[in-house]
Design a protein around this ligand. Sequence first.
Ligand code: PEP
Length: 251
Amino acid sequence: MALRRKLIAGNWKLHKTVEESLELAGQLSAGLKRDDLDVLVCPTFPALFPVAQRLKGTAVKVGAQNLFWEDQGAFTGEVSGPMIKAAGAIYALVGHSERRLHFAESEKTAALRVAAAWRSGLTPILCVGELLQERETGRMEGVLESQLAGALAGVSTAQAGGLVIAYEPVWAIGTGKTASDAQANEAHAYIRGWLSYRFDKHVAESLKILYGGSVKPANAAGLLNQSEVDGVLVGGASLDASSFLGIIHAI
Ligand code: PEP
């Protein structure tokens, strides 16, 4: 089995001013006691550049929470891949369920954003996940398949190995309900199997699949110890240095 380095990513969502973001970034880099895994934070757009500057030369990397699919032009209010890259980020979240829910994002726009991320030299973290009702009616695999197939439609096998996928069951995001270790592992195994079929075995084995949904210091070790779980994407618990560091140091 391929050895996949774990990635612990924090999604700060619509939280923290620039000053507060810098404070948290400083606390994280000062408190990080290990270099055997990757650590990433995704601040708001105004904080992206200052946080990247503050974290330069540390082990904590920076990502954006979204990106637009055009590089420049008359698109008021949008931020593009080249701008994000120039600000010091190396990752971009794509298709987060909150974007799908509140901003009508679809598989089609996720595919455009994935392509824009690659073009700009950013690693896309593609978020997929089912609603509670979809899980309860036995449609989890079908939902994951259509989200993956749609968003990765234009991705070549050569590109696919560098992707990151985040499995985030929507019913577990910000709700305090976490998928059990076994539920997470099972969904990740389904995603990896699908990737092997769509691309190849080597891609599927090398690509990281993160779990996201109410991850906290208390449940992180169980999830991170699953064979198919290559890291976590953390929302609420990434807003406080001691809880995010607790997750990072959980295993
Ligand atoms: C997220 O924002 O991707 C997330 C998983 O949030 P939370 O950890 O708060 O459930």
